[in-house]
Design a protein around this ligand. Structure first.
Ligand code: PEP
Ligand code: MN
Length: 345
């Protein structure tokens, strides 16, 4: 249920409404926009009666939230959410440029890549320490050693870092080293994991499952939001289709689709979506033109030596050309790519 307040309602009225709502045993989410104040109510449907709520002074309208995702819905939060990652803002016109290797392999290689992507204009460094591999015989990641390398290289180049967490039991460990927790496509509906990252206050990069609908994705975001963590960034990384000349099928329409339904930022990962370095730049440009809040690209300086996803890695020089192009498209779209301000930790 949404309570829309009358224009110009004052703090005392808002407080009064919040008190009444608390007495009814409901959870309130206050959203103060430039023109309107909205209070979203989440709780027992039985208690969500329109009549008594409409009678509270200052209330203009009481409306049901029709979508099954409530906290993620645009109805509840009309303004874009902006997620701040150590000074790098994602959403509301500010674009995340996430880049780095698929996996953290060594301090030397990550340093080489980080130096080049930072110079190119990346504002967030990525690298997996826990890798979800299809085969149990493939490289599984360096675990905590990988997290230590990622943290130290991120600090050295003043880049916030994002890395995947695969298991609820790993959340406390990954949280100690990372600025942003990635939930991979294969775990998008691991509800225990979503609850666990929802208990933290670290921004979460939630990747779309390979056969998840937009509604499924938003319902997964709802798990994190309802557990108390408001910092969620969605990521389109392609879905499974019949086409086999690309790794997955990029669903770019999800960007304006999500922007219509939700206030959460959504970025695009053309690397896992196409699996092909020759297609990544065009799809990254299309993503920004479609209004994406950022682009997530796998970059490797020695792709032939990479321990995972080497074949889809973009070379650092090509990444630099891409960011230069993205800046131009961003400017046309009235958006900016912020330079990272350095990390606090
Ligand atoms: C990754 O980012 O390296 C990854 C495994 O992505 P996804 O979960 O989208 O496959
Ligand atoms: Mn990868």
């Amino acid at each position: 249920m949404i309570i829309v307040l009358k224009p110009g309602s004052d703090d005392a009225q808002v407080e009064h409404i919040l008190d009444r709502v608390a007495q009814l045993g409901l959870k309130a989410h206050l959203s103060r926009g430039e023109h309107r104040t909205i209070i979203g109510l989440i709780g027992d449907e039985e208690k969500l009666q329109v009549e008594p709520l409409s009678a509270i002074p200052g209330v203009e309208q009481v409306l049901p939230i029709l979508k099954p995702f409530k906290l993620a819905s645009r109805e509840l939060h009309p303004e874009d959410s902006v997620v701040d990652l150590c000074g790098v803002r994602i959403g509301g016109g500010s674009l995340a440029m996430i880049a780095g290797p698929c996996a953290v392999e060594s301090e030397e290689i990550l340093t080489e890549i980080a130096q080049q992507v930072q110079a190119a204009g990346a504002n967030i460094l990525r690298g997996g320490a826990f890798k979800p591999r299809t085969s149990p015989y493939s490289f599984q990641g360096l675990g905590e050693d990988g997290l230590k390398i990622l943290r130290s290289v991120g600090n050295r180049f003043g880049l916030p870092v994002v890395t995947e967490v695969m298991d609820p039991r790993q959340v406390a460990l990954v949280e100690r080293y990372a600025d942003m927790l990635q939930i991979g496509a294969r775990n998008m509906q691991n509800f225990n994991l979503l609850n666990e990252v929802g208990q933290t206050r670290k921004p979460v990069l939630l990747k779309r499952g390979m056969s998840a609908t937009v509604k499924d994705l938003l319902m997964s975001a709802e798990y994190i939001l309802s557990a108390g963590n408001p910092y969620v960034v969605l990521c389109e990384r392609g879905v499974r289709g019949f086409e086999d000349s690309t790794r997955n099928t990029l669903d770019l329409s999800i960007v304006p689709n999500v922007h219509g339904m939700s206030h959460l930022p959504i970025i695009v990962d053309p690397s896992h979506a196409t699996g092909r370095p020759d297609l990544i730049p065009a799809m990254a440009c299309a993503a920004v033109a479609a209004g994406a809040d950022g682009v997530h690209v796998e970059v490797h300086s020695r792709p032939e030596e990479a321990k995972s996803d080497g074949a889809q890695a973009l070379l650092p020089t090509r990444y630099a050309d891409l960011v230069a192009q993205l800046r131009k498209i961003a400017a046309v779209m009235g958006r900016t790519i912020p330079r990272c301000q350095g990390v606090k930790s």
